[in-house]
Structure formats: C-alpha cells, structure tokens
Design a protein around this ligand. Sequence first.
Ligand SMILES: Cc1cc2nc3c(=O)[nH]c(=O)nc-3n(C[C@H](O)[C@H](O)[C@H](O)COP(=O)(O)O)c2cc1C
Length: 167
Amino acid sequence: MTKPLLIVSSKTGNTRVIAHAVADSLPDALLTTAEKLPEDLSGFNPVGLFFWCDRGMAPEDTKAVAPKLAGKKIACFATMGGDPKAERAQEWMKKTSEALVASAPDAELAGTFLCQGRIDPELFAHMSAMMGGEVSPEREARRKAAEHHPDRLDTIDAVKAWQQFFN
Ligand SMILES: Cc1cc2nc3c(=O)[nH]c(=O)nc-3n(C[C@H](O)[C@H](O)[C@H](O)COP(=O)(O)O)c2cc1C
C-alpha cells in the first residue's frame, strides 16, 4: 500500500490552507514541501502538488520538484489572486498543470483544482505604486473579491476534488 504525498508551495499562506484541509481528510498522507521531500518516493502515490500563481507561472520550488515525480498519479491544486472561473484562469491552470506533470517521466495528471487566494496587501500596494499609484475601481473590486479566500467552502471543494480524482 502506498501513501498519499502532498507537496505544498505557499508564499503567503493561502495554498497551505488548502493543502492542510486535504491532508486532514487523508490520515495516511505526508504533507511536506519541495525542500523537505523524502529521498525515496517509492512508498508514495498518489501525489498532490499544491502551488500558487506566481507572475503567470508555477513557483520555482514546484517547478523544481515536479520532475522527481516519475510514474506518479498527480493532482494539481492551485490558488491565484485573479478570478478562478475566468476562461484565462482555467486555461492557465490546465497549461501549467500539464507542463508540471509532463516534466516527470510516465507521470499522469489525475485532475486539477483552482481557487482564489487573498493578494498580499504589500504586494498589492507595490503593484499599485508601479502602475502609477491609482487603483481603478475594477482592480479594487478584484482585490476585494479575493480578500476572504480561500474560505471554508474552498477547503470543502478541495477535499471533494481529491476524493473525485482518486476514489
Ligand atoms: C510574487 C507574486 C506574484 C503573483 N502573481 C500573480 C499572478 O500573476 N496572477 C494572479 O492571479 N495572482 C498572482 N499573485 C497572487 C497569488 O497567486 C495569490 O495571492 C495566491 O493565493 C498566493 O498563494 P500563497 O498565499 O499560498 O502564497 C501573485 C502573488 C505574489 C506574491
């Protein structure tokens, strides 16, 4: 019997909330980070890759760990500041997950899950300053929409997604 392996990347804590919720639903799972990945992965399968949208890409630690997951069934879970229901966001998730899984020989993408995550206030202020200091009503509305995510429903949906992918 192999155990589930959950690998999380999280800069400001949002993705960690999702990963912990899934871990809580899987008593045998190991929740870890790319830095603390065990040497021998033979006892683990399936794998959850939990990451966040970093300037339109997967973060560096996730990209570095993915090639080590040869032969695994992988589900990708991500958070982003933008609207996860938007077509652009869905396309990003699909493309990014497929590229991560393709970097591991004989790995298989079991499914993807995407939800919104609060944008770090310092980052938002920094980006606003770079854009001339004015925050348009549209940008402010997007920031506000993300403010309370991931919420309880996001964590429930993530747990359901895992069950759907692997049961
Ligand atoms: C350096 C940086 C770059 C980001 N780039 C994007 C982006 O390109 N698109 C987006 O929708 N959100 C972006 N975000 C927002 C994060 O993806 C979002 O807040 C995510 O939930 C952060 O996850 P974490 O709290 O687990 O680090 C960015 C955040 C940071 C800190």
